[in-house]
Design a protein around this ligand. Structure first.
Ligand code: UT7
Length: 335
């Protein structure tokens, strides 16, 4: 069957840089704690009124990926959009990108798998390319976290780690049987759904009800995360799913030229690096600059890694993610 290659990458982040010291003006936190626990130095947060949103940032990243792929935007035949922070409750931002790019009636699929959203999207795109259904799939991961975070001391365990931004790739049939996506692996475990979640608003707890209640102590419309619990599962699942992919194609961690893990926490990345016995040149991290951008983190990092010349033809690229759901996944790509 036809393999899928990444033909172009692009990313876009808002101009507004928010440092750890900026956060300490809003809540009881400090640069030392944030850097020590997460590695994050700064993140981008959308400036209200700037016009940036998950869909518009996604479109900007997409235009760069389209240019890099050397195609005309009208050649895109399928759009996949991964986010946990859609512009609207519904419809999803996929159709907004379709409209913003002026792409007639091209189908648009929205993926709601949080940090694993990009990997899930990649796997879905891979199936459509393999079967010959589509030839130029636009896959976007984009997030506006800053609009929904609890920026008081109450929310510091969550809010300091998240940032805004978008990344995009163009997926095409590979020219040869040796290049492209070798394997993808997906998982979920819904029994932990509430360990990293934003419960309200939801269809049983809709906005009018929240407003009617007007209870300032109600934190349910802010994201909740059981950080330690999530961390412990993350370090295990990352390793498992990377090894699962390597085993599927008969390779070892030493064969990985570049691992781009979902940028959840530098400590998680460093732990995986150590456990998988990878050198610093075999792993790419940029959480220091952008924080955790959920579905956007892998495509932003991939786009930067490409720009920095970290990938050459024939390299084995490994992508892996773990997050809310819990959901997790991996992909191995021959560059
Ligand atoms: O992307 C999706 C998947 N998400 C992840 O993989 C995230 C996984 N979890 C984590 O990255 C970490 O658990 C966090 C970075 C969220 C938190 O780090 P931690 O080392 O687990 O800290 P903690 O929650 O155990 O908190 C330790 C202490 C607490 O104080 P006490 O109870 O020891 O007195 C917190 O109240 O640090 C305090 N604390 C803070 N202090 C300053 C929590 N947040 C902050 C803060 N600034 N922002």
């Amino acid at each position: 069957m036809q393999q899928t290659k990444i033909a172009g990458t692009g990313h876009y982040v808002p101009d507004n840089v928010v440092t750890n010291n900026d956060l300490s003006q809003l809540m009881d936190t400090n640069d030392e704690w944030i850097q020590e626990r997460t590695g994050i130095v700064e993140r981008r947060w959308i400036q209200p009124g700037s016009g940036d949103s998950p869909s518009t940032m996604g479109t900007k990243a997409a235009l760069k990926a389209i240019e890099k792929a050397g195609i005309d935007k009208t050649e895109i035949d399928f759009i996949i959009f991964a986010t946990l922070s859609p512009d609207y409750y519904f419809p999803g931002p996929g159709v907004m990108v379709q409209e913003q790019l002026g792409l007639d009636t091209v189908p648009a699929l929205d993926i709601r798998n949080q940090c694993s959203g990009f990997i899930y999207g990649l796997s879905v795109a891979d199936q459509f390319i393999k079967t010959g259904t589509y030839n130029n799939i636009l896959l976007i991961g984009s997030e506006n976290h800053s609009g929904g975070l609890d920026k008081t001391t109450r929310g510091r365990g969550v809010s300091v780690i998240f940032g805004d931004g978008a990344g995009a790739v163009i997926l095409q049939p590979a020219q040869s049987g040796t290049e492209g996506i070798l394997t993808t692996h997906l998982h979920s475990e819904g029994k932990h759904a509430k360990e990293l979640a934003l419960i309200g608003p939801n269809t049983e707890h809709w906005v009018d009800k929240i407003l009617e209640e007007k209870n300032p102590e109600d934190t349910s419309y802010y994201p909740y995360m059981n950080g330690n619990f999530v961390f412990k599962h993350a370090v295990t699942r990352f390793q498992e799913v990377i090894n699962e992919a390597l085993k599927a194609v008969g390779l070892n961690s030493s064969d990985i030229d570049l691992l781009i893990p979902h940028q959840a926490n530098l400590r998680i990345s460093q732990y995986i690096q150590k456990k998988m016995e990878l050198s610093s040149s075999q792993i790419f991290n940029n959480i220091q600059k952008y924080g955790n951008t959920t579905a956007a983190s892998i495509p932003i990092a991939l786009s930067e890694a490409v720009e920095e010349g970290k990938l050459k033809q024939g390299d084995l690229l490994c992508l892996a993610a773990f997050g809310s759901g819990f959901t997790w996944g991996s992909a191995l790509i021959r560059w």
